[in-house]
Write a protein of this length. Structure first.
Length: 389
């Protein structure tokens, strides 16, 4: 049994009170994680490795990417925590006390899902596969001390105090605050039928294009502005500032898109996320939309040929209000979570056998094709964006 007074802290750039966090849950964002028994140390991906099975440790704060953990909600109070891109905090699939915690390519399995439970002083994190809690071995403070899982016992060794959320630097371009290497960005500029497309490598290198795509100088959000008039592709009626995932995937796994957004201006209705067919007809399966009344809706196509579907209200959050969303496809079940409200839908059988990819951004359904304007029509601010398969 652990005998310690170790308390973990999550330390991002912007601070919230514990009361704020308890009310709101843990916002999607990037954090460093500090044990109070070693306040100069951080939860550390040893050597900055991207090798499956690499064991975690505590180490003196370095400011390195291997100490920055991206939290993504995958259910009510359930989170994936990733480092160095698509490598998730993994309990190793074991139920043995003292087992090392590792990183592993994010795969949506229960050993990468951690339930955060509010307790006095913060949260505990329980592994989905074992029910064991995230723990610092023997409450030691030396560099290289192992991080493990251990029977949940109510001690401070397993309590994490949360301070803030976000970690976005207003001085960085979007590709330095977000992992955008796996996306391609479509813009409303270029020419009719031949719009500007920006590769993941260019995004990661620091691409910006004001007033359509840039870092908000106030809060570090990734600002995506869709003008009322802009160029479109040959198959679309509306211009957009939107990412498309570069990979395509079958429905056999669990496929999750997480975002934290605030829509600060919308004249009618904009699409902020999609599940789109990567094979078969070039049509969406569904679109997560936000309207001028502040309501989040899901538009679900009736068939894979497009041309008509049903719109279902998920929740109302209000224009300008920051909220988390999740769009998930597993088998034929579509799950939507918006601001803590969950609804499920069934994919039409005409989509069976197709492969898909995610889209995310600002796709204003009232915008029209033409020479791009520069005044703000619809503004979507992203504070977190991640994909898990």
């Amino acid at each position: 049994m652990k005998q310690s007074d170790c308390l973990w802290l999550l330390v991002p750039a912007a601070l919230l009170s514990c009361a704020d966090v308890a009310r709101a849950g843990i916002a999607n964002g990037t954090y460093t994680m500090t044990p109070a028994c070693a306040t100069g140390s951080r939860l550390d991906d040893t050597g900055g490795s991207t090798t499956n099975g690499n064991k975690l440790q505590i180490w003196a704060a370095s400011g390195g990417a291997n100490q920055n953990w991206a939290f993504a909600s995958v259910g009510t109070n359930v989170y994936n925590m990733s480092v160095n891109g698509p490598y998730c905090l993994d309990s190793g699939g074991t139920t043995t006390n003292g087992s090392a915690v590792t990183i592993w390519a994010c795969n949506g399995n229960p050993n990468q899902s951690w339930t955060g439970t509010a307790v006095s002083g913060g949260y505990t994190f329980k592994a989905g596969n074992s029910g064991l809690c995230l723990d610092v071995a023997a409450a030691a403070s030396a560099n290289g001390t192992k991080v493990d899982t251990y029977s949940c016992n109510g001690t401070n060794a397993q309590t994490w105090s949360l301070q803030g959320g976000g970690g976005l630097n207003p001085n960085n371009p979007p590709g330095k605050n977000f992992n955008l290497s796996g996306y391609t960005l479509q813009l409303p500029t270029g020419s009719s039928g031949n719009v500007d497309m920006v590769s993941g490598s260019t995004l990661a290198a620091g691409y910006t294009k004001s007033p359509y795509f840039y870092t908000d100088p106030g809060d570090g959000a990734m600002d995506m502005m869709d003008p009322h008039t802009g160029w479109t592709t040959s198959g679309s009626l509306h211009p957009r500032v939107e990412f498309r995932e570069n990979a395509i995937w079958p429905t056999s796994g669990t496929n999750i898109l997480n975002g934290t957004v605030a829509i600060t201006k919308v004249p009618s209705n904009t699409t902020i996320a999609q599940i789109f067919q990567g094979t078969g007809p070039s049509k969406p399966l569904c679109e997560l939309q936000f309207n001028a009344g502040g309501t989040v809706n899901l538009f679900l196509e009736n068939t894979n040929q497009g041309g008509g579907g049903t719109t279902t209200s998920i929740t109302t959050v209000g224009v300008g209000t920051k909220f988390n969303y999740q769009l998930k496809l597993a088998g034929s079940t579509i799950t939507v979570i918006a601001n803590g409200v969950t609804k499920t839908f069934t994919m039409n059988s005409s989509f069976n056998g197709e492969q898909f990819y995610f889209k995310a951004g600002d796709y204003d359904q009232s915008a029209v094709s033409g020479t791009p304007t520069t005044s703000v029509s619809t503004m979507v601010k992203y504070y977190a964006l991640s994909i898990t398969h």
